[in-house]
Design a protein around this ligand. Structure first.
Ligand SMILES: [Ca+2]
Length: 231
């Protein structure tokens, strides 16, 4: 008689000992405590990004992808400020690790938004590799960039004011980008990450990114996590 086998992966969420006030915001399954905002001296994630029940730009309103909240930059921010990105730098194993970043992003573009915004990126500082996907308002497209031997840009038509799923998956064969569950690109020279980023200005520059995020998670590969086999 064949026996069934199930595998359950225990992620950091389930063993997290941090329950700061920001952690209850739905949509960051691995906890907001590992995320920071800004350059130079990073600040807690609640400033200038907020958990909002909706986000209104001009005459349209974006609602959360799921749950009651989404994460959005403060609409009152000005273009002269320069610390608008959301980084997850804590919680990675020393030297980087292999895993998957999943984030739902919504491009709440407007005329006041910078021409380009970063939706999400994965980085490995040890090797200097990175793989990023951004949005160009003037072109109305997504584009991605790998920093392997040959940098690659590709333009992908995409809708604004709706949610899109962005996935970076690092493993032994490289780091792969998926958009809305469609394979986009693999950088075979980047086999791990030590930080990830969502919702930023153009490659981290100045301006207010009209990029909203929800349902963000980072999970390590099963062989690096805790496996429980149930027979
Ligand atoms: Ca949510």
């Amino acid at each position: 008689m064949r026996r069934s086998m199930k595998c359950m992966v225990v992620t950091g969420l389930m063993v997290s000992a941090s329950f700061g006030f920001a952690d209850w915001f739905d949509g960051f399954e691995d906890g907001l405590g590992d995320w920071v905002v800004g350059s130079g001296a990073p600040v807690p994630i609640t400033e200038p990004f907020y958990a909002l029940t909706s986000y209104t730009v001009g005459t349209f309103t974006v609602n959360p992808h799921s749950g009651s909240y989404l994460m959005a930059p403060d609409p009152s921010l000005t273009a002269s400020d320069d610390k608008y990105w959301m980084d997850r730098t804590e919680g990675f194993a020393a030297g980087g690790e292999q895993g998957t970043l999943t984030a739902y992003v919504n491009i709440a573009s407007s005329d006041s938004a910078p021409a380009s915004s970063l939706l999400a990126g994965a980085y490995d500082s040890a090797s200097g590799k990175e793989l990023r996907v951004g949005y160009n308002r003037n072109m109305g497209t997504l584009y991605y960039r790998g920093s392997g031997v040959a940098q690659t840009y590709t333009s992908i038509p995409i809708s604004t004011r709706s949610w899109h799923k962005i996935v970076f998956e690092s493993g032994g064969t490289g780091t792969t980008l998926y958009i809305n569950d469609t394979f986009i690109f693999t950088d075979t020279t980047m086999t791990q990450m030590d930080s990830v980023r969502v919702a930023a200005t153009y490659w981290g520059g100045v301006g207010v990114p009209r990029v909203l995020v929800d349902d963000v998670s980072f999970t390590t590969l099963p062989e690096q996590g805790t496996l429980i086999w149930i027979r």
